[in-house]
Design a protein around this ligand. Structure first.
Ligand SMILES: *[C@@H]1O[C@H](CO)[C@@H](O)[C@H](O)[C@H]1NC(C)=O
Ligand SMILES: *[C@@H]1O[C@H](CO)[C@@H](O)[C@H](O)[C@H]1NC(C)=O
Ligand SMILES: *[C@@H]1O[C@H](CO)[C@@H](O)[C@H](O)[C@H]1NC(C)=O
Ligand SMILES: *[C@@H]1O[C@H](CO)[C@@H](O)[C@H](O)[C@H]1NC(C)=O
Ligand SMILES: *[C@@H]1O[C@H](CO)[C@@H](O)[C@H](O)[C@H]1NC(C)=O
Length: 392
């Protein structure tokens, strides 16, 4: 074991101990909205992207504005790679081998990644790595809830950067902090009319959080699972490419699905490179579900069922029929706060309260997004989690 591995091992142990000792579960927050105070880091800027434009140039404006932050982020990823494989061989591999993969990515993603590489000056292999990164390292909380009038709301915290560089001075995750300035809201248009909106990281062409106004809302959470796991990604690199990138599927669904049912079908049946959770909300009563995916298909679809008293579905990173990992239980506190809120009082505002309660809000939380399908509204906020706050 080299010294950086040893450091990570000790660090992980220290974090686990801290978490056990302090618990850091707090009383359900109230009155947090409109966002303000120490857990609100700032607003997320909006950009428009025209789907009529050549994919190579679609992202030009976003990249031009966020180039500095993007290059800084890539630098951190490379430093992390070099600290794991000090010879620099990993980065060399990325620069030499990954570019060959570009043409195997589906259109328009291949062209978009190429365009972002050209506009930012970041080598194409590193841009592909950056895009793979988000597919596999996010731990999150998502919820779809129905109010007493049948309106559907969808909220999510995007938590990212686990075990990737800890800043001892101000107790923050290096990667999480670097991601905040890369967060952008995008209004994707065709014929100058909104098709869908998303909260994205500049440089990433997939979608983790999005709304198709009047039709559906969609978020994706990582599913850590040995059955499949990262095998699909390795297979893709060595040439077996029959599965789809998860974030490319969500983007395709947001761009081209015509209804909640159509979205549900595509998200359930398309073969994937790795397992995932898709959290989907529709525009009518009862339309909200968590799709638990294996690489092949849906293992389970868990839906809102008012008759059973289930007026919301909530997903973190564990199968809903199993207990969460005891060191990472964000589900119980989030559900406790949802239950305490009650269906009569649920709204984007009270969902923001739930998503602001530690440890649902934690050191990894990059942004909180709130979506309301009937108005087409998507709003997102950058987050901070000052101490005492759980590392995840
Ligand atoms: C912690 O320090 C780093 C490096 O100076 C900075 O980028 C980051 O924004 C800080 N984070 C917080 C939460 O203060
Ligand atoms: C697109 O729509 C906006 C308002 O919705 C309008 O201000 C703008 O001129 C339109 N652009 C084009 C190219 O039609
Ligand atoms: C959506 O459909 C259009 C028209 O068929 C196609 O050009 C576009 O590439 C599709 N979008 C995605 C992300 O696959
Ligand atoms: C809900 O979605 C369906 C398509 O599934 C659409 O026909 C209908 O107009 C939508 N309803 C509202 C209120 O937007
Ligand atoms: C929340 O309420 C649901 C439905 O009544 C129940 O199944 C669940 O155990 C409750 N969870 C918590 C953490 O209170």
């Amino acid at each position: 074991m080299n010294s950086s591995c040893l450091f990570y091992a000790f660090w992980t142990l220290a974090v686990l101990l801290t978490r056990c000792l302090h618990g850091q579960t707090e009383e359900c927050k109230t009155g947090m909205y409109p966002p303000k105070g120490s857990t609100f880091k700032g607003n997320v800027p909006w950009y428009a992207i025209s789907l009529d434009e050549d994919p190579v140039h679609r992202w030009d404006t976003v990249v031009k504005d966020r180039k500095y932050e993007l290059v800084a982020m890539i630098q951190v990823i490379k430093e992390l790679a070099n600290s794991l494989v000090p010879s620099g061989k990993l980065v060399a591999l990325v620069d030499n081998v990954l570019p060959l993969m570009l043409d195997t990515l589906p259109y328009p993603f291949n062209k978009e990644i190429l365009g972002i590489s050209l506009a930012s000056g970041v080598p194409v292999g590193e841009m592909i790595l950056f895009n793979i990164f988000y597919e596999v390292f996010s731990v999150c909380t998502s919820v779809v809830a129905e109010d007493a009038n049948g309106n559907l709301y969808h909220g999510r915290n995007l938590d990212f950067g686990l075990l990737m560089g800890w800043n001892h001075k101000n107790h923050s995750w290096t990667l999480t902090e670097k991601l905040k300035p890369l967060t952008v809201n995008i209004d994707f248009k065709r014929n100058n009319i909104t098709v869908f909106k998303s909260t994205n990281f500049a440089g990433y062409v997939g979608i983790l959080t999005g709304i198709r106004p009047n039709l559906f809302t969609l978020t994706m959470n990582e599913r850590f699972n040995i059955d499949g796991g990262y095998v699909g990604i390795l297979e893709w690199i060595i040439g077996k490419r029959d599965g789809m990138w998860m974030g490319f599927l969500t983007r395709t669904v947001l761009e081209n699905a015509t209804s909640y049912e159509d979205a549900k079908k595509q998200l359930s049946l398309t073969k994937l490179l790795a397992p995932a959770y898709f959290i989907l909300g529709g525009n009518q009563t009862g339309q909200g579900c968590v799709i638990t995916r294996t690489r092949i298909n849906a293992l389970d679809v868990w839906e809102i069922e008012l008759k059973l008293g289930r007026w919301y579905v909530l997903e973190t990173n564990y199968d809903h029929w199993e207990k969460p990992f005891f060191l990472d239980d964000r589900r119980t506190p989030a559900m406790k706060c949802m239950n305490k809120t009650t269906q009569a009082n649920i709204s984007p505002k009270t969902i923001y309260d739930v998503l602001s309660t530690r440890p649902v809000l934690n050191k990894l939380t990059t942004y909180t997004t709130l979506m309301e399908v009937s108005t087409g509204n998507l709003e997102s906020y950058l987050r901070d989690c000052p101490d005492p706050c759980s590392p995840w």
